[in-house]
Ligand binder design. Structure first.
Ligand code: KIV
Ligand code: ZN
Length: 526
């Protein structure tokens, strides 16, 4: 084990040591159940990724729906620095659609993939190895005729025999692929195995020097980040990852973990990335807020306990010398030290300064909306902490385009029963009020919403947690609804748990409406 602190070793500067960070939050991340984002939310996340220095943004799967196509096209048009990629199966229509979606990008990429493992070939694709080789040549060439930058992925690479994988990779490079991605699609590999696969490809494929090798790891065994880092040691120079590690099943390698591991341990991981790490915390909060996926408290780098020292021995050590128990500073990932305490006497100027400190740049309308909500909160709560402001602003951003909003709620609760709720909703600018009873105040509130917005969705999850400490803390409620196999989640924050519950339920319903609308549009188009 090294005893020399990484801070005393030089950050590598050679171009060969630079790791390309490919973010797939908007594609693989959005694929996880309930994490759907609206068009506006996708643009916001893409802007954040570009600002923080992500090299490649996988913006979506253009053939999947009209909505996906529109989002990828809009992201391609607006992104200033990053390459914008669109995903395509090994099907001509997919490739053409992806090419069209990234056409206007300053740097556009088609990312096409096909399965290569025997289990996928036999049971899913029902194709022979030779047929898949022909497909690789045909589809990569087609993509290369549309754009200069083509990435090819061998789906389920880690369960593919090495000799056959070598043949696939060689053909993909020959047909014009400039990046070769070898995913651990099912999260099965261990770090040594994953690294060995890359080493074999780079040593054995004759034209391997003509492409950049890329990692794409799923976290089924909790090894996604370890596997990604191990592959770098074997020559990979692109890492595919997502903010907060969201993605299919147990998720993908978490971008913030990969980046901070490289930054903190460049003595043993001699690479660098272009990421402005001080934006990691904001990016995590934004993604958590728009997907309604809470970040677990003890999540590495961005969890709220990641820099909290609870034990007396640790606190004593950190106070004497920060590095005794802290391997990276909270500031390095954008966790700001509180300098301004906010309360009901704070004015616009202080609020604007605080927002800047927390990493928000809001337009005039969004600022006014956030300021009014802050004032309302400060009237009810003595100390307004940074987390309160973040919850409040994130909520404003996430729900700026909602068609239905909670206008007023009055609930009768307690032991005397029956519990009832009188609810006023603002539905597309019109105010409507109902009264409903229920088995408890939350049930009564949700029944009132059902009366105003009839639907058949079932409540799949209801979760409450406090944003800060104290009995006047804001409650943050997450709700998941299920309708005909479609899952949507909504989140709401308020000092009143029932108001937060109504907001969360309505946020999920708003998303469901958008989904229904998209489905209807897609059906009309067929
Ligand atoms: O996990 C996977 O194999 C993928 C591919 C589409 C790249 O996400
Ligand atoms: Zn994946």
């Amino acid at each position: 084990m090294t005893t020399k602190p990484a801070t005393e070793t030089e950050v590598p500067t050679r171009e060969a040591d630079r790791v390309i960070i490919f973010d797939t939050t908007l594609r693989d991340g959005e694929q996880c159940p309930g994490a759907t984002m609206t068009y506006e939310e996708k643009l916001e996340v893409a802007d954040m990724l570009d600002a923080m220095g992500v090299d490649v943004i996988e913006a979506g799967f253009p053939i999947a729906s009209e909505g996906d196509f529109e989002a990828v096209s809009a992201i391609a048009k607006r992104i200033k620095n990053a390459t914008v990629a669109g995903l395509a199966r090994a099907i001509n229509a997919d490739i053409d659609r992806a090419g069209e979606a990234v056409r206007t990008a300053r740097r556009g990429r088609i990312h096409t993939f096909v399965s290569t493992s025997p289990i996928h070939l036999q049971h899913q694709m029902k194709k022979s190895e030779e047929e898949v080789l022909e497909i690789i040549t045909a589809t990569v060439s087609r993509a290369r005729n549309l754009v200069e930058d083509v990435e090819w992925s061998a789906m389920d690479a880690t369960r593919t025999p090495i000799d056959y994988l070598c043949r696939c990779v060689e053909l993909a490079i020959k047909a014009g692929a400039t990046t070769i991605n070898l995913p651990d699609t099912v999260g099965y590999a261990t770090p040594d195995e994953y690294a060995a696969m890359f080493r074999a490809m780079i040593e054995r494929v004759p034209n391997a020097d003509k492409a950049i090798f890329s990692t794409h790891c799923h976290n089924d065994l909790g090894l996604a980040v370890a596997n990604s880092l191990a592959a770098l040691g074997a020559g990979a120079r692109q890492v595919e990852s997502t903010i907060n590690g969201i993605g299919e099943r147990a998720g993908n390698a978490a971008l913030e973990e990969v980046v901070m591991a490289i930054r903190t341990r460049h003595d043993v991981l001699p690479y660098r990335t272009n990421i402005d790490t001080t934006m990691l915390s904001r990016a995590s909060k934004l993604v958590s807020s728009v997907t309604n996926f809470p970040v677990q408290y003890n999540k590495a780098i961005v969890g709220r306990n990641a820099f909290a020292h609870e034990s007396g021995i640790h606190q004593d050590g950190v106070l004497k010398h920060q590095r005794t128990y802290e391997i990276m500073t909270p500031e390095s990932v954008g966790v700001a030290k509180t300098s301004l305490v906010m309360g009901k006497h704070s004015g616009r100027n202080a609020f604007r300064t605080k927002l800047r400190e927390l990493g928000y740049e809001l337009g005039e309308n969004a600022f006014e909306d956030a300021f009014n909500r802050f004032k309302a909160l400060a009237d009810r709560k003595k100390h307004v902490y940074d987390e309160d402001i973040e919850a409040l602003v994130d909520h404003s951003i996430a729900h700026a385009h909602d068609r239905m909003k909670v206008a007023a709620l009055q609930v009768i609760a307690g032991t005397m029963g029956p519990q009832s709720a009188t609810l006023t909703l603002d539905i597309e600018g019109k105010s409507q009020t109902v009264q409903a009873s229920g088995n408890g105040p939350v049930d009564a509130t949700f029944n009132a919403i059902k009366m105003l917005v009839p639907h058949t969705a079932k409540l799949d999850l209801y979760q409450v947690h406090a944003v800060t400490e104290g009995t006047d803390a804001q409650a943050e409620v997450s709700v998941r609804l299920e309708e005909e196999g479609r899952l949507v989640t909504g989140r709401g924050a308020d000092t009143d748990t029932l108001v937060a519950s109504a907001k969360a339920y309505l946020a999920a319903l708003n998303k469901l409406m958008v989904k229904r609308q998209k489905l209807a549009q897609a059906q009309q188009a067929v």
